[in-house]
Write a protein that binds this ligand. Sequence first.
Ligand SMILES: [Fe+2]
Length: 324
Amino acid sequence: MQITPIEDKTFGAVVTDVSLENLTDAEFPDIRSAFNQYGFLVFPGQFLSVEGNTAFAERFGKLHYDAHPMANKERKEDGSYGDTVPYQSQRMRGVFGNQNWHTDSSYMPISSKCGILSAVTVPEWGGETEFADMRAGYAALDQATKDRIENLYAYHSTKQSAARDLGDLPPEDGKSIFHDEAYLRPIVKVHPETGIKNLFIGRHAFGVQGLSREESIELLTSLRDFVVSDPSRVYSHRWQPGDTVIWDNRSLLHRARPYDYSQLREFIAVRVAGDPETEFAYEPTDPRAQAGRDTLEAEMVFLREEAKNKRYKGTSAPEARPTA
Ligand SMILES: [Fe+2]
């Protein structure tokens, strides 16, 4: 197995001479330690099956969901693809929302440990996945900022991020990811496996405890902008069919990039849950959850107003862009 750090970046490595489909117990510890060290790993030319994606993910921990194919077109019964999913659908709105920097599942009781994506079919242009290093970003902060944020906590909610980034107020059906809960998490996270401190922010974060709404937005925006301001802390992955990429949701931000939506983009996706000892906030039944609901509802009062006339703002899809 060859592990080659990505040039001129603070993070990331390319791993070759290994087959993830036939990975052995003897090979896995090197991958696990490289994952912790580099934050994300690119495995070119794997063409990993759905079952292989699940098996690889399960080596890292309990899954949020099993590996499944994910595409921008309707899948027919014979396995072929038909029309592009409408831009206005919740599925595509979710895709557009994730064109903003985020970390997965921070709006759930247990946030995610890592995500794994495997490319099956890629469009001719665009569709990159970009990663940003919140470890190097934290390390580069001035001491006054580090001191200021040391004990600050932010709430995380996807209802809030959909409203803020897209002007989207998706229906709450009780089963979807859009719900009335907001989970409080520290802005400075100590990585459970390396002990290294990193920022823990992104589009789902809002409502920093102890700050006004304006101060909170200003702080979270400036921290995110600082992380991505240095090219050495940002990596853009141009997908080739067969690539598998794993990234650490505890210490990296990521975002999707626009592409030609008329072309098929087909991936296999799987997400690993964080460890309950280190990525758990609280359950909705916990007395602490009420403060999250109250903070979210107060924020939604502003966002419902701001969402007027700018529905799906932030969307890269031409037809879904607001006309106002
Ligand atoms: Fe994501």
